[in-house]
Design a protein around this ligand. Structure first.
Ligand SMILES: C[C@@H](N)C(=O)N[C@H](C)C(=O)O
Ligand SMILES: [Zn+2]
Length: 227
């Protein structure tokens, strides 16, 4: 069990709402649907009402710094069956890629990046709460920007500050873009997964745990549980 999963959840009961396509860019076709993940008619592009408002606020902040740029949503809501599918898919892909590594070492790597597909309502995977999103940036020409690594890459390159001390020009640009992404999301009170530059959440257990670490306030609870 991860430390953040010990945080209590007091679900506020907000509904899931669609992420508007005229405001945000949505990755199309959806990356996990493309792989055959079992959505059973459920849209991955929904979020809790206040989380969507926060995302809008973050995009407004982005446009103060970079007029015309937009947030691109790679993934949002994920049923637990999809979480299970993606954990299994990632495990199998890594086993094929690294045949000399033990299965337990690979499972350990997968668990650094993918949450357990837990069915326990006290420990929901973040994306099954409607409060977590995986995002990147698009410029004013509609080009998806390079932030120095692919979303879902199982590697230290995915750590948000991987390029912090880089001296190369491109690497410094990746770092600046990652910092901009973090800045706009933090300005709307989101928090970032410590190992994934693209993953942010607002109001779930990981968010509450990160806030409690910042403030040493152990009374912070999560207000979004599994939907
Ligand atoms: C790996 C990535 N897509 C992701 O969403 N990771 C978090 C931790 C999750 O599985 O909830
Ligand atoms: Zn994520």
């Amino acid at each position: 069990m991860k430390s953040y999963q010990a945080i209590s959840i007091k679900d506020c009961g907000e509904a899931l709402v669609a992420i508007p396509q005229d405001t945000f860019i949505l990755e199309t076709p959806h990356p996990y649907k493309k792989l055959g993940a079992p959505y059973e008619g459920i849209s991955p592009y929904v979020l809790r009402e206040s989380v969507l408002k926060g995302l809008q606020q973050a995009q407004n902040e982005l446009q103060k710094w970079q007029p015309g740029w937009q947030i691109k949503v790679f993934d949002a809501y994920r049923p637990i069956a999809v979480q299970q599918f993606m954990v299994d898919y990632t495990f199998k892909s890594l086993c094929q890629q690294y045949p000399n590594q033990s299965e337990s070492a690979i499972a350990q790597q997968v668990s650094q990046f993918w949450a357990q597909p837990s069915n326990d309502p006290n420990t929901p995977p973040p994306h099954s709460t409607g409060a977590a999103i995986d995002i990147t940036l698009v410029n004013e020409k509609g080009e998806t920007l390079n932030l120095g690594g692919a979303i879902d890459e199982i590697s230290p390159r995915s750590y948000p500050d991987f390029y912090q001390d880089a001296t190369g020009k491109s690497e410094q640009i990746y770092h600046q873009r990652r910092e901009l992404l973090r800045h706009i999301m933090f300005s709307a009170d989101f928090r970032q997964h410590p190992k994934e530059w693209w993953h942010f959440s607002l109001g779930d257990q990981l968010w509450a745990w990160l806030k409690s670490q910042e403030t040493s306030n152990s009374n912070i609870v999560a207000y979004y549980g599994r939907v």
